[in-house]
Design a protein around this ligand. Structure first.
Ligand SMILES: [Zn+2]
Ligand SMILES: [Zn+2]
Ligand SMILES: [Zn+2]
Ligand SMILES: [Zn+2]
Ligand SMILES: [Zn+2]
Ligand SMILES: [Zn+2]
Ligand SMILES: [Zn+2]
Ligand SMILES: [Zn+2]
Length: 276
């Protein structure tokens, strides 16, 4: 997952440099950086004073040993990669005049030459995000930026994104990976979700509700059940609790599954007879 950096970018940048009338701020654009970002500076870690290409590089390097993470807003100094000048954080190098990042955020002290990612700073999140400001809105209840497709169209869960992914346990809020909002409003990495579905698990690991549209699958179960007649000894009723609508219903016992009589979901489990 390269994050939208196409191989052709570098070729274009070189041509521009050789062309002569290149903007001095664009010198070296997209030619420098680390595996995380294209940028023309390194950062001086405010915590340990060491110089790293980016905060992820720092956090990876310190993960085995004196484990600590950078608070991005605390970065004060950077080192220009073109002229090696250490200086206070700003977009343009005070010495050689290049943009140390085509995208620059003064709050996050964040630099990235690859603006095809559509970086923007969300004031409510307090961090920079990618994907294009126009494609996202900040949901105050969920405490994060969500795709505009979900505006007025999702189950809000308070601080849903300020949790760890229930599959891999990485903190979701500022994860570099894409996340998915399930029907129940809980969130997890897109990739972790696909893994889960590939292992034939279709329910939210947090609340057990059905995580995606299963209506076709439920219809197939209807037919299977109709075609599979239970022997006399097994023809009795049981009570089930529906994981999707939280209601109980009394249904015919069947080896294949038990359908909620309120919402038609087969995501049910047997329960004791209700008190009244
Ligand atoms: Zn890095
Ligand atoms: Zn410089
Ligand atoms: Zn920012
Ligand atoms: Zn936001
Ligand atoms: Zn929400
Ligand atoms: Zn995950
Ligand atoms: Zn859930
Ligand atoms: Zn139900």
């Amino acid at each position: 997952m390269g994050g939208g950096h196409f191989p052709g970018d570098e070729v274009v940048a070189h041509e521009a440099v050789c062309g002569g009338d290149v903007d001095p701020r664009d010198v070296g654009k997209l030619e420098h950086g680390c595996e995380h970002y294209r940028r023309r500076c390194k950062i001086v870690a405010p915590c340990c004073g060491q110089v790293f290409p980016c905060r992820h590089c720092h956090n990876e390097a310190t993960a085995s040993g004196d484990r600590h993470t950078i608070c991005r807003q605390d970065v004060e100094k950077v080192v220009c990669l073109l002229c090696d000048t250490e200086q206070l954080v700003s977009q343009v190098c005070v010495s050689c005049g290049v943009n140390m990042g085509e995208y620059f955020c003064d709050i996050c002290k964040f630099y990235d030459d690859d603006i095809e990612k559509g970086q923007y700073h969300c004031n409510d999140c307090g961090i920079c995000r990618i994907g294009g400001k126009e494609n996202f809105f900040h949901c105050v209840n969920c405490g994060s930026c969500y795709s505009v497709a979900l505006r007025d169209n999702h189950q809000c869960v308070e601080n849903s994104m300020r949790q760890n992914c229930p599959i891999c346990y990485e903190y979701l809020f500022d994860s570099l990976q894409e996340t998915r909002v399930l029907n129940c409003g809980h969130t997890m990495h897109m990739e972790c979700f696909s893994d889960m579905v590939q292992h034939n698990k279709y329910t939210c690991p947090i609340c057990s509700k059905t995580a995606l549209d299963m209506s076709r699958h439920w219809e197939a179960l209807d037919q299977e059940i109709e075609a599979t007649i239970m022997p006399h000894a097994y023809r009795y009723k049981i009570w089930v609790l529906c994981n999707d609508c939280n209601k109980v219903s009394e249904v015919n016992f069947h080896v294949i599954g038990h359908k909620c009589s309120h919402c038609n979901s087969y995501n049910t489990r047997s329960t004791s007879r209700p008190a009244d």
